[in-house]
Design a protein around this ligand. Structure first.
Ligand SMILES: [Zn+2]
Length: 224
């Protein structure tokens, strides 16, 4: 996945990357540095950047941990749905215009929801990935839905694709973008103009999806 950042050119001699308090990334670069060179350096610093952003998010995020009580809302496909904890004994997680769990299962709700979201994420990724792969004329090996750290998706040199199960919290148009993004990397590994050109053909509103992800980056950091 790509990282959004702002470049500030000046007469300085060396390049510097910093994460501001508002979690935005600023690259300060000498005037004649090419966009590709900057992209390359940012890519190399990715893990460091994510860790830095994660650190800044730690404190506010802890306040939003779910308790899985009635009335709480859970995000699913870009919409918030109310949770109902009911006395009746029902299967683990039931979704019907809202979420239902049995009071008997409340103590393990986090695990149950994680399993449910994981299964739904798998379903959605499988629903869209074949169509995109056919359109792009790419072949992939394995698709894994897992607990990726700080990323929505990734691809390996062996053409295996990984997706973060948390993507199921995002609207469908964003999920499609995340899938297409990783598949396009099988053609073009870097975020070049060519890369974005191919993405834009597959997902014409990809900029809207990028904006959504930028505004909701904290969804990566929490389970629910
Ligand atoms: Zn990418």
């Amino acid at each position: 996945m790509d990282i959004d950042y702002t470049i500030i050119y000046s007469d300085r001699k060396t390049l510097n990357i910093s994460v501001e308090r508002d979690r935005s990334i600023i690259v300060r670069a000498p005037r004649n540095t090419s966009k590709e060179k900057i992209e390359e350096i940012v890519e190399k610093k990715k893990l460091w950047l994510f860790e830095k952003i994660h650190h800044l998010q730690k404190y506010p995020l802890q306040k939003h941990q779910k308790e899985f009580v009635s009335g709480e809302t859970l995000l699913y496909l870009g919409r918030n749905y109310k949770l109902h904890v009911i006395d009746k004994s029902i299967p683990e997680v039931v979704f019907d215009h809202g979420f239902y769990i049995s009071r008997d299962n409340q103590s393990e709700a986090h695990k149950l929801f994680k399993n449910w979201y994981l299964a739904k994420a798998k379903e959605k990724v499988n629903e869209y990935i074949k169509g995109f792969a056919t359109d792009l004329g790419v072949r992939y090996n394995q698709v894994l839905i897992s607990d990726l750290k700080y990323r929505w998706g990734s691809c390996t040199p062996k053409n295996n694709l990984n997706f973060n199960w948390r993507l199921i919290k995002a609207p469908v148009f964003v999920i499609k973008y995340i899938i297409a993004h990783e598949l396009v990397h099988l053609i073009e590994p870097n975020h070049t103009a060519k890369f974005w050109n191919i993405v834009s053909i597959q997902v014409p509103n990809y900029k809207k999806a990028k904006d959504w992800l930028k505004a909701h980056g904290d969804l990566l950091e929490v389970d629910f």
